[in-house]
Write a protein that binds this ligand. Sequence first.
Ligand code: COS
Length: 380
Amino acid sequence: MALDPETFDALLSTVRRFVAERLRPVEERVEREDEVPDEIVREMREMGLFGLSIPEDYGGLGLTMTEEVRVALELGGTTPAFRSTFGTNVGIGSQGLVMAGTDAQKAEWLPRIASGEIVTSFALTEPGAGSDGASVQTKAVRDGDVYRLSGTKRYITNADKASLFTVMARTGGEGARGVSAFLVPADLPGVSVGQPESKMGQQGAHVCDVNFDGTPVPAANRLGEEGEGFKVAMRVLDRGRLHIAAVCVGIAERLIRDAVAYAAERRQFGKPIADFQLIQAMIADSKTETMAAKALVIEAARLKDAGEPITMEAAAAKYFASETVGRVADRAVQIYGGAGYIADYGIERLYRDVRLFRIYEGTSQIQQLVIAREVMKRGG
Ligand code: COS
């Protein structure tokens, strides 16, 4: 259910102010310390950011997809690690439960996810299963009232802070139909989390291995029926991809604002470089592509709220918006020139940060594949 317009506008302006006044000033600190400060996380909880997408009945804000992407556009105004802090609770870490959970499962977990009391993670990827999501080897073997879970998950966002994992594991034969989804509390025996990986960008957002060594997962923690886990994961990713696309657009808008301000101030050949048409061409291309990406995001969100399938639309939005923000970041470095390559200006940091968007929640090549399949399925 949508919030009333006044309440939603108040939320948007609170988020905008939070980004400008609280998050932007600590971007460099987060980069240096590879950690989002505790006081910021506390404020995020108080603002309800961990529960943006969780239904109101379970203590969340219950935003529509259109509302959620508008919030994500604002959050794109700063380092993406801030959004990642609550991103798994809002998206891939909670939506399997929202979509496929029983009332009892929802009542047990969603209120704490919405409040940010606990952090959740989504565990699909493995050392041998990335783009080929249906090839997961982690096994869940039924043993009375439990499933014994064994295997390794890789690059799991927020794993070091998570109290609950949504884990895709094999309960049946080869392929997608042999995969089931489980809610796995991090404090069960046999669960261990590796050290955060050292990454190219997005410092402050951690990814780790998660190992399961005979972990006894109560059968009551299975999400949906046996063999439905892959479909749950795909539906979660459809939605997640749209949210990521909105973040990409928000960051592209930030980069354009920064580049335009710099071009107005930086003087060469006796005038601001903004007066030069070759600089203007880069600004025009960045703006046009960002406007197009935004239109894709808003239209896909509208369709989702209307109950339409969005597999293709979300893939197209994620594909185009993530590629766009890559080009916009590259042009921003170019407009800043030497300063764009120097850490103090923050542009090279965003350039590194945005590289991930073309990879996670499905590479650009996987989005192309999904788009082509859907187009052909729909007969053009
Ligand atoms: N929504 C609902 N169901 C879906 C779906 C979707 N978006 N996509 C696929 N399915 C269903 C299919 O309909 C099929 O069901 P049936 O068995 O009843 O026919 C089943 O899931 C298997 O689908 P498919 O045959 O298309 O599976 P593939 O192994 O060919 O894989 C891709 C499809 C490549 C699209 C999938 O593996 C994928 O998205 N990979 C990328 C994974 C990813 O994003 N990883 C990032 C890490 S997670 S942060």
